[in-house]
Ligand binder design. Structure first.
Ligand code: 5GP
Ligand code: MN
Length: 345
């Protein structure tokens, strides 16, 4: 696994933040998850506290089950308010790019981001950052971007301004990106950061409850349907997949975020170490990949499905029909037969 660390000197960013009244804009990736939202909202609340004007911009709507997060009602969604979002980026003094490693991930915010005259800071834990920024804090061994945001806050000398809401946002980022501490969380550093969040007064059990016991009945029924009707297991390749059509989603009154986490379920089957979730969208098929061990799903996704991400968690897109996409995927399994078979659980 790649443990590349780029940790630029944050002096210039620190000096800019020392002068109050700056427009500070946090940009997150499309289909934002708990880590992207937690990192951005935590930083936004901190910026407000130290006298700046913090704003979070998301390319599209974020999951309903995360709407309880402090400050989330202030998020500007590009798809809903394109002019406001682009104007914010143009007027920004400091732009934070959080939880993504290439500008393709911010979709239509791409051009505005490149054209912005702001001081740009990338904080991320995906391998191989591939974008320009004045300051890059990249560490693939970190559990989450939220953990790195806390490191940034410490190194910028801003930790005295931490509070319960900011800590709750950062903790939620760490919790969601580690599957509640089931992976990417074997480093002492992660637990030290969590311990400090407890010192800031977070209510850990409540944050768990708000995040994971906050689904609609329709979402739970969609999950049941997916596992019962739409899961295919390939024991010989240690692989399990789930696919959902637009019709399936409609039947269960789909809302943004409802399929979040579905891709992990096949990995709970004994012997399964590679899973994929295919969701039919209007013009493409959105795919999530997960693996256990050394089968690198980011490389797989980059090679065949226009995507990328982490070695054990990645995403991609296919521009063929769902049926053809599934056919392509099934045909690829024998190609990876040796890699998929030679793994000790
Ligand atoms: P998810 O399956 O949850 O959408 O994504 C899993 C991981 O892969 C996340 O860390 C996400 O940021 C990353 N990811 C998803 N899609 C893409 C993509 O198209 N390109 C890249 N570079 N990363 C992606
Ligand atoms: Mn992340």
């Amino acid at each position: 696994m790649n443990h590349q660390i780029i940790w630029n000197e944050i002096g210039p960013t620190g000096r800019l933040l020392a002068v109050p009244g700056k427009q500070v804009v946090m940009v997150i990736h499309v289909n934002p998850d708990g880590d992207a939202l937690g990192s951005a909202l935590g930083l936004m609340l901190l910026m407000d506290k130290i006298g700046h004007n913090g704003t979070v911009i998301s390319p599209n709507q974020y999951p309903g089950f995360l709407k309880w997060m402090p400050g989330s009602d202030r998020i500007i969604v590009l798809e809903e308010s394109p002019e406001v979002a682009v104007a914010c980026i143009r007027q920004a003094d400091i732009l934070f790019a959080l939880d993504f490693n290439e500008l393709k991930r911010v979709k239509k915010l791409n051009e505005a981001f490149i054209g912005a005259s702001a001081h740009k800071v990338l904080i991320d834990h995906h391998p191989g950052p591939d974008m320009d920024a004045d300051c890059i804090l990249s560490d693939t061994s970190a559990s989450s971007t939220a953990e790195l945001v806390y490191r940034f806050i410490q190194e910028a000398g801003l930790h005295a301004q931490m509070d319960k809401d900011i800590a709750s946002c950062l903790f939620t980022g760490i919790m969601t990106d580690t599957g509640c501490f089931s992976y990417n969380s074997s480093r002492k550093k992660t637990w030290e950061v969590v311990a400090e969040m407890l010192d800031y007064g977070i209510e850990k059990d409540r944050l768990y409850d708000l995040t994971y016991d906050n689904y609609s009945a329709d979402r739970m029924r969609l999950l049941g349907f997916s596992l019962h009707e739409k899961m295919e297991v390939f024991p010989e390749y240690h692989t399990g997949i789930i696919w959902l059509t637009r019709e399936d989603l409609k039947k269960f009154n789909y809302e943004v975020g409802d399929t979040e986490g579905f891709v992990n379920y096949p990995l709970s089957i004994k012997g399964i170490r590679f899973s994929a979730l295919f969701i039919e969208k209007e013009n493409h098929v959105r795919i999530s990949f997960r693996s256990k061990g050394d089968f690198a799903v980011n490389e797989f996704s980059r090679k065949y499905f226009n995507g990328g991400g982490h070695a054990n968690a990645s995403g991609g897109e296919s521009y063929m029909s769902l049926e053809k996409t599934l056919e392509q995927f099934r045909e690829l399994l024998p190609v990876y037969q040796d890699k998929l078979r030679n793994y000790e659980l």
